[in-house]
Ligand binder design. Sequence first.
Ligand code: ADP
Length: 150
Amino acid sequence: MKRAVFPGSFDPVTNGHIDIIERALLLFDEIIIAIGVNAEKKYMFSLEDRKRHLEETFANEPKIKISTYTGLTVDLCKKEKVNFILRGLRNSTDFTYEQSIAQTNASLAKIESIFLVSTPNVSNISSSIVRDIIRNGGDYRKMVPRSVLI
Ligand code: ADP
């Protein structure tokens, strides 16, 4: 059984994340969406809300599990006995950032990172842009799943 961890902050989950997850369902039998908890990071949405958004979005998808974690992603992978980390790439900035993380993770543990390039119509979306639009009272409805709006 092929399983992957999709780690991220999901603050909040966007249609860009969903694009990657739905396409990765063709590659993996199970995807664990792992919400990272970093004590040094300030989030807009609480951990409970971020988890609820994902649980509601994927309520009808038995191949997806939602979990939260602290510490290194490779340690979560070892604990869950998962050999693949899934990440999305929007542009060359993502690539440069992800390359060094993937190389580090591969050296820390025998874990392969698998990258999917985002679909063009969502490659402009990021959680930080959505947060900025929320802060400034703009319309972000087309960028996130319904669960983030309710
Ligand atoms: P992190 O803080 O770990 O970067 P994010 O929630 O911002 O967490 O992102 C998690 C993953 O989702 C990353 O691999 C990121 O590149 C990917 N991602 C985010 N937005 C998009 C998008 N619009 N298209 C494709 N991948 C995306």
